[in-house]
Design a protein around this ligand. Structure first.
Ligand code: ADP
Ligand code: MG
Length: 322
């Protein structure tokens, strides 16, 4: 017998995250009742993943569950917020138990790791689509914003951008072939990205502005520059390229992927240049941050190489063409 909507929610989502004392009423009523600490502000974010658009059709359900939450936690990380609660809007073509098992497992593992409680949602039938909303806390007036970068600041990025987009390309082409250790590592970076929450918390009071990299370093640097009313110059040679990306794609394409590839969920931030040496020694979420550029007067985001501005055209690298 197919699962009823009620049974499905009860089986998979009543207990699909951390238990928290501040959840006064969770899944099962018309709304959740949540206890908000007096001295904190709420930070809210929401992201939707559409089958075949934000992940390849047939993508492993544990990865879909993980990513649906991870992309939202990454937004909170960029604000310097600590996540607490999530809501899940799930549209499913069918109540496929194998898929739901995997999805719930991927979601729950990440939620528990960051002490996030799933407190409600909605379940409907239709083309596969997942919307997650997360709520978290920051101390009063301490949220890190996209605006705030100052001329003279240094620009940093956590981890090794570009890995995820290379991993997606491998995933699309050769799903059945596990490939080399480097290929597996890159695929893991697409399928199970790590939201940089430890970094985000560390950057409160340190970063002047921050954004999480979802649309590519260059594009997101442009958004930060616009919000801050400054120009951002990224230094192509300073981009931190992983050994795996270098091995799989070669030096040139790996740098191109770092600048233009999406879905890295690393943090791009600015801070006073005098703090650069100190920031580069910090290890959070298992990764370091590297200084990759500077904030100038003007507008837009540009890339320089060996002292001159270069045109990062979209001709050098094709995710799906090789
Ligand atoms: P209503 O019709 O009043 O909106 P629903 O029958 O849709 O209620 O949901 C019943 C309960 O289950 C609510 O508490 C809702 O938040 C929760 N819920 C529904 N779908 C999900 C889901 N996918 N994940 C978590 N909670 C869910
Ligand atoms: Mg209701």
């Amino acid at each position: 017998m197919p699962l009823s909507e009620f049974d499905l929610i009860d089986r998979y989502f009543r207990d699909c995250g951390a238990r928290r004392d501040d959840v006064l009423l969770g899944v099962g009523d018309d709304g959740a009742v949540l206890g908000v600490p007096n001295d904190r502000q709420l930070v809210a974010a929401l992201d939707t993943l559409v089958d075949g658009v934000h992940f390849p059709r047939g993508c492993a359900p544990t990865s879909v569950g993980h990513r649906a939450l991870a992309v939202n936690l990454s937004d909170l990380a960029a604000m310097g917020a600590t996540p607490a609660w999530a809501l899940l809007g799930l549209t499913l073509p069918a109540a496929d138990e194998h898929w739901l098992d995997g999805f719930a497992q991927g979601f729950r593992a990440l939620a528990c790791r960051h002490e996030v409680a799933l407190v409600g949602g909605d379940t409907t039938s239709g083309p596969l689509c997942i919307t997650v909303q997360v709520l978290g806390f920051v101390s009063r007036d301490r949220a890190i914003r996209r605006r705030g970068a100052r001329v003279g600041d240094a620009v940093f990025v956590t981890g090794s951008p570009g890995d995820s987009t290379l991993g997606l390309a491998l995933e699309m082409q050769r799903r059945a072939d596990p490939g080399s250790a480097a290929a597996r590592e890159l695929r893991g970076r697409f399928l199970f990205p790590t939201p940089r929450l430890e970094w985000g918390a560390r950057l409160v009071g340190l970063a002047t502005a921050c954004i999480d990299v979802s649309d590519g370093l260059l594009g997101d640097a442009g958004k930060l520059a616009k919000a801050s009313g400054v120009r951002i110059e990224l230094d192509r040679e300073s981009l931190p390229i992983s050994a795996a990306a270098r091995e799989v794609a070669g030096e040139y394409d790996a740098r191109y992927a770092a600048l233009t590839g999406g879905e890295d969920f690393e943090l791009l931030f600015t801070a006073p240049a005098a703090l650069a040496a100190e920031i580069e020694t910090v290890l959070c979420d298992g990764v370091r941050a590297h200084c990759i550029g500077r904030v100038l007067a003007g507008e837009g985001a540009i890339v320089s190489s060996a002292g001159s501005v270069i045109d990062v055209s979209h001709s050098g690298f094709d995710h799906f063409g090789r």
